[in-house]
Design a protein around this ligand. Structure first.
Ligand SMILES: Cc1ncc(COP(=O)(O)O)c(C=O)c1O
Length: 399
């Protein structure tokens, strides 16, 4: 992390403090999970209470049912919930359920989409071509055999692959908003077309909502776009910063874990993280939570856009719910995967450092997460900091 790794001592609400005593407004939010900010009193209380009553049982307990019932209520169409610890694990569970139910082997994913670090899915994340290239040294070279890679928003190509029985496709795995590469929304009708062709070909539609879940709406992308997948993968915000993930969805698919589909994990659904999840989901269910997040995101977007409008450097700024994206490019309109990949990330990386000096902590790649704890004053201070930081970097780039 340039200019050098940062180490933090504590966080509270929208703020973090580093070991040198610097205070930052936090738009990284632990790379997404801290939707209630740091150390939210409801989560702290839930953890304290549960820690004194046992952190894992290796057997059933009330939270498993209570939080599953919350999720069934929150996300449209969900009938069952399975617990695991990280998004990467839950994606594997979803793919296994899809393979078991269809008897098919391969799956379709989209360029630029990230579904965790496992060999099976870390393919075609940063490549613009049609080949599902591995992204890591040491990754199984055979993993790519199981993947058909399609460009984001190309519904015709999805249809071509799915209607070809030799492709042997069990599932379409998709970030319903391409958050990991530019926060690129689905084109109008695209998710509907995925649903349609999955129905026609009896293919399992999996929404990877590890980022969008509880963030682009209380019921995530399923609620926001009104398209019903067969399975939803949840992670990050679900437990407000504790390690919890889930696969939720159709009862007949998930019930396969009682008939030969292995779903294992020592700490799956432990009471500590589920107590945090119950508190998080309860807090997020307060009236106006999402209207408020949406309003603050829009204010931030407009403020940063004005900064770039009057600077000698172009960027597009937009949001989908509580996810803001700044893309340093002169291309007109919202980013596509290729304009995102071709953007001036050298400029943005310098901007990150200039923002750090002004007390603003943002992620690489242009994404900024908002929490319920970011105030109007935080947003105003952030826009001011962008103004100074952009000017500094533009001036430092002048010959
Ligand atoms: C869309 C998506 N899916 C899956 C994952 C993997 O989750 P985890 O890092 O918890 O394994 C991530 C992580 O960033 C993600 O963004």
């Amino acid at each position: 992390m340039p200019p050098h790794p940062l180490f933090f001592t504590h966080g509270l609400g929208s703020r973090l403090w580093d070991v040198d005593g610097h205070e930052y407004i936090d738009y990284v939010l632990g790379w997404g999970p801290l939707i209630l900010g740091s150390s939210h009193p409801r989560i702290v209380e839930a953890l304290r209470d549960q820690a004194g009553r046992g952190t894992t049982f290796g057997a059933g307990h009330d939270w498993e049912y209570e939080v599953a019932e919350q999720i069934v209520d929150i996300i449209p169409g969900v009938q069952r919930v399975l617990w695991s610890n990280t998004g990467s694990e839950a994606v594997q569970v979803a793919l296994r359920l899809a393979r078991a139910s269809t008897g098919r082997q391969r799956f379709l994913k989209f360029s630029g989409h990230y579904h965790g670090w496992s060999d099976a899915v870390l393919l075609g994340y940063r490549s613009l071509g049609q080949l599902p290239m591995p992204e890591s040294r040491g990754q199984s070279s055979r993993a790519a055999d199981d993947v058909a890679l399609v460009a984001w928003n190309d519904a015709d190509e999805v249809r071509k692959v799915l209607t070809d029985p030799t492709q042997d496709i069990a599932a379409v795995l998709v970030e319903p908003v391409l958050c990991n590469s530019g926060v690129i929304a689905p084109e109008p009708g695209f998710l509907e077309r995925l649903r349609e062709v999955c129905d026609e070909t009896s293919t399992v539609l999996i929404f990877d909502e590890v980022i969008t879940g509880f963030r682009v709406a209380y019921g995530g992308a399923v609620e926001r776009f009104h398209v019903q997948p067969d399975l939803v993968v949840l992670g990050k915000a679900i437990a407000g910063g504790l390690p919890l993930s889930a696969v939720a969805g159709r009862g007949d698919l998930i019930d396969q874990v009682t008939v030969g589909v292995v779903h294992a994990g020592t700490l799956n659904g432990n009471p500590l993280v589920l107590a945090a999840a119950a508190a998080t989901l309860d807090e997020l269910g307060r009236p106006d939570t999402y209207e408020c997040l949406e309003r603050r995101a829009a204010t931030l977007v407009n403020g940063i856009a004005v900064v770039f409008d009057s600077a000698a450097f172009s960027a597009t700024v937009h949001n989908v719910g509580a996810i803001v994206q700044v893309t340093p490019t002169s291309s007109i309109g919202l980013p596509t995967f290729s304009t995102y990949m071709g953007a001036d990330w050298k400029f943005y990386n310098e901007l990150i450092v200039a923002l750090l000096r002004r007390g603003i902590f943002v992620m690489p790649g242009g994404r900024m997460y908002l929490s319920t704890e970011h105030s109007d004053e935080d947003i105003a201070a952030t826009v001011d900091a962008f103004s100074g930081a952009v000017e500094e970097v533009v001036n430092s780039c002048k010959p």
